[in-house]
Design a protein around this ligand. Structure first.
Ligand SMILES: O=c1[nH]c(=O)c2[nH]c(=O)[nH]c2[nH]1
Length: 302
């Protein structure tokens, strides 16, 4: 006797580029290039256990829905679109009990031409993504998160790491001045009690909540990374979380996952040359990996 314990299905890597034209000047645009993943949960068991496809909303239909809704709906910001898609699927298909959506927005930034941001020309200043994820149940419960991914930063001084635990496996030398580099992966979870029903996400989005939080999180990350004389990745990421929680009351928790991308000082003593933090070897691997989540209240730790 076996039993289907869990199942989910949908479409991944659905891509679009939406052009939003300013109604008062159709030459002035905003673009969103996005990648979407949607997985459905619901009463689909017979498709697995009896090879009966009758309840299956084809993944092709899921893809078509994303594209048609991206055409019809104002997708800016991605949190509005994710809430719209969640509401659509739960309303349209009575046997869908839950939905899991992820949207990644690729970074296109308008650039300066003759000192002015051009109306419809953009440059890709890195692989950075703005992200949103939604888990939404027919009961109305939801978990909405937003984030930043693959924002690569480096500072060439202003970072230390000393005073760490020592044992017979320790070779690392204390550092009072080192390179610090990471690919920022930050996620903040919204307080659904403060936002209310999922439909309120759309009105809050139109009022600017998600854009201003994204700007605050990105600016805080970059500012603290630059200004803080970092004692460790751990201490710096905690300070970033604390500052974002302070700035955005609608956020319940902030998480960071940061690789510590090592740059090793090259030893030139054999050549009689001093290396005053001038020439480093970018080590491709291994890297440190440091994660934390900071919230407003105490939680039991596992
Ligand atoms: O900021 C750091 N945190 C660590 O936990 C660690 N471990 C290590 O070897 N270097 C560093 N740097």
């Amino acid at each position: 006797m076996v039993e289907l314990q869990t199942s989910t299905y949908g479409k991944d890597n659905v891509k679009f580029l939406k052009v939003k034209k300013d109604p008062s000047n159709p030459n002035v645009h905003q673009v969103m290039e996005a990648t979407v993943k949607i997985l459905l949960v619901g009463n689909f068991d017979i498709a697995y256990t009896e090879a009966d496809n009758s309840p299956i909303v084809p993944t092709d239909t899921v893809k078509n829905t994303i594209l048609v809704e991206a055409k019809k709906f104002d997708v800016f910001p991605i949190e509005a679109f994710i809430a719209h898609l969640g509401l659509h699927f739960i309303k349209k298909y009575s046997h869908v009990s839950g939905i899991d959506i992820e949207i990644s927005q690729h970074r296109w930034s308008k650039y300066l031409v003759d000192g002015k941001l051009h109306d419809h020309s953009y440059l890709k200043d890195g692989e950075e993504l703005r992200t949103a994820s939604l888990k939404y149940k027919r009961s109305g419960e939801y978990v909405l998160k937003s984030g930043i991914k693959d924002l690569t930063v480096l500072k060439s001084t202003g970072s230390m790491f000393y005073g760490f635990h020592q044992c017979d496996y320790t070779t690392l030398k204390p550092a009072t001045d080192r390179i610090l580099s990471t690919d920022v992966d930050s996620v903040w979870e919204w307080d659904s009690k403060k936002i209310g029903a999922l439909s309120n996400v759309i009105s809050q989005a139109r009022a600017g909540l998600f854009d201003s939080a994204y700007e605050a999180a990105r600016e805080t990350t970059l500012k603290l990374f630059a200004l803080e004389k970092s004692a460790s990745v751990q201490a710096t990421m905690y300070n970033m979380c604390e500052e974002i929680l302070k700035q955005v009351p609608f956020i319940a928790t902030v998480s960071y996952s940061l690789p510590n991308k090592h740059y090793f000082l090259i030893d030139f003593s054999w050549k009689g040359l001093e290396n005053d933090n001038e020439l480093f070897y970018p080590s491709p691997h291994p890297n440190g990996l440091i994660k934390c989540t900071v919230g407003r209240e105490k939680k039991a730790k596992f």
